[in-house]
Ligand binder design. Sequence first.
Ligand SMILES: C[S@@+](CC[C@H](N)C(=O)[O-])C[C@H]1O[C@@H](n2cnc3c(N)ncnc32)[C@H](O)[C@@H]1O
Length: 271
Amino acid sequence: MPERPISSGPATNPVDPREKLKVAYQDVRVASSYDEERDFRATDVSLHYETEIIGLREALRGVRGPILEVAIGTGRLCRRLRDVGPSDMPYVGLDVSFPMLYEAKRSLRENLVQSDSVRPVHLLRGDAFQMPFHDRQFHAVVGFRFIKHLSPPNRGLMYKEVNRLLVKDGLLIFDFYGWRRRARSQEEGHRLTPPALRKELEESGFRPIKIYGTRHLLPALLSVPFRALGLKSPVKALGLLEVKLLSPIDELLGRSRGGIVVAKKIVDGKQ
Ligand SMILES: C[S@@+](CC[C@H](N)C(=O)[O-])C[C@H]1O[C@@H](n2cnc3c(N)ncnc32)[C@H](O)[C@@H]1O
C-alpha cells in the first residue's frame, strides 16, 4: 500500500498490488522526503521509531551471521543497528528503487559513527520476490513497512522466498498491522491478530517466537509532552516499557495493536 500517490515511474500491471508498491518509491521526491515526513531523522523524537529500534536490537542480539534487510528504503533501521553483532558480520540491504537506495547510501555515510566496530552495509537493487542470493545464506531477514503492505497471497510468496534464503533457525523479523484504529481503513487481510500471524507463518515453515508491541496507547499518550519538548531519553524509556513490560502482557492475552514479529525458520518451505 503506497503511502503517497504515485506520480511517476515505469509502467505497471495495475492488477498486481506488488507492482504498485514498487512504483510508488521510484519517485525522487517521495524518496528524498521519506524520512522527514515520518519523523525518522536523527533530530526527530518519535516513540514508534524508538520502540521499533529497541525491539529490533533485542531481536537481533544473538544473531552471528549475515543479515539481509529487504526493501531497505532509506536505511533508517540499519543505520541504527550498525553496532549490533560482530563487526565483520555482513549486512545486506536490498531495494527495488534506485532513489531510495541513493537516500540509504547518503544517510549511511552521514550517520557513520566514528568507530572501528561499525560494519559496512552492502546495498543492492533487486526484487524482493526473486532475490539474487543462493539458498540458506542469511541468519536473519528484516522487512519493515513492506511485508505488512502485502496482500495475504503475496505475503505467502514473500515468506517462501525468505524461507529459501534463511539457514535453519534463522530469523524473519517484520512489522505488522494489529487491531488499532488506523488499520480499519486497510483491507481486512492486512490486520493480523497474533493467532492469525502464527497460522500463516507456520504454513510457510516459520514459528513466531516473540511479538513486540509498538502501538500501545498509554505510552503514546505519556510521550506527547516529551516529544513536544524534543526530549528523546524519556521517550526511549517509554519504548523500553512497551518492549519489556507491555509486550509480554500482550502475548499472554493473545492480542496486539500492531508491532514486530520475530519468527524462526523451522523447516524448509514448500517448493
Ligand atoms: C514504505 S517503504 C519502507 C522502507 C523501509 N523498509 C522502512 O521501514 O522505512 C517500502 C519500500 O519497499 C520497496 N519495495 C517495494 N516493492 C519492492 C520489491 N518488490 N522489492 C524490493 N523492494 C521493494 C520500495 O522501494 C520502498 O523502499
